[in-house]
Design a protein around this ligand. Structure first.
Ligand SMILES: [Zn+2]
Length: 220
């Protein structure tokens, strides 16, 4: 098994060498100095959306791109503690009321076709890393709450913002048999820009009657 893991790591390193997304230093995907230098995300126009890092920051942009498209899955482990702290901070008193079964972590899903192409969902990787930090078992993992039914096309940069928002509408489905009634649902995503994806996801789960829906992204 150890042998297999080392082969696996070798392949990963060959695909993507470990060098800091900020300063290029060897041996780490993102060094502490570079991550600490990153600015906080500006507030989203949607009150339920929270984000940690400023997506305009080149280091963060590069890191997320590598996480998403270059199989550099280790970034999920680097980002998770920041999101974890952010969630705990935002929940505040909610932690005393809820907890355990009542706070659900839901990664924003990819369409199955996209998942097949990429081989992994970066939001799911981040969520799983957050759960590893949750030794107090505050959260329950509930990825099944949200299904992506519509594949959103990779939009060209020049395309109008309105078109993009229209394209995203009703991209998700929340199976009615699932129980989220009275619970706090926390959506996890890597990046939020207009917030359209998260607004759409929130709308899709409304019929499950959660008490509250919050969303957290690595960057905005
Ligand atoms: Zn660095």
């Amino acid at each position: 098994m150890r042998y297999l893991i080392s082969i696996f790591n070798f392949i990963i390193d060959a695909v993507f060498p470990r060098e800091c997304a900020g300063c290029g230093r060897n041996g780490t995907l993102l060094c502490t100095t570079c991550i600490e230098d990153t600015q906080r995300a500006p507030r989203s126009e949607h009150a339920f959306i929270n984000a940690v890092f400023d997506y305009h920051n080149k280091t963060i942009k590069r890191a997320i791109w590598r996480l998403k498209y270059k199989n550099a899955r280790g970034f999920s482990k680097i980002f998770a503690p920041y999101l974890y702290d952010e969630i705990i901070g935002a929940l505040g008193n909610e932690l005393f009321i809820s907890g355990g079964e009542n706070i659900l972590l839901v990664p924003v899903p990819l369409h199955k076709k996209r998942l097949r192409e990429r081989g992994y969902n970066q939001s799911e990787l981040i969520t799983r890393e957050i759960l590893k930090l949750d030794i107090a078992r505050i959260f329950s993992y509930a990825p099944e709450i949200l299904v992506r039914v519509k594949e959103t096309k990779q939009q060209a940069k020049s395309e109008k913002r309105n078109m993009r928002i229209k394209n995203l509408r009703d991209a998700f489905h929340a199976p009615p048999t699932l129980n989220a009634r009275g619970k706090v649902v926390i959506l996890i995503d890597d990046v939020t820009t207009t917030g359209a994806t998260l607004v759409d996801a929130k709308r899709a789960i409304r019929h499950l009657r959660p008490r509250k829906v919050l969303a957290f992204a690595v960057a905005h």
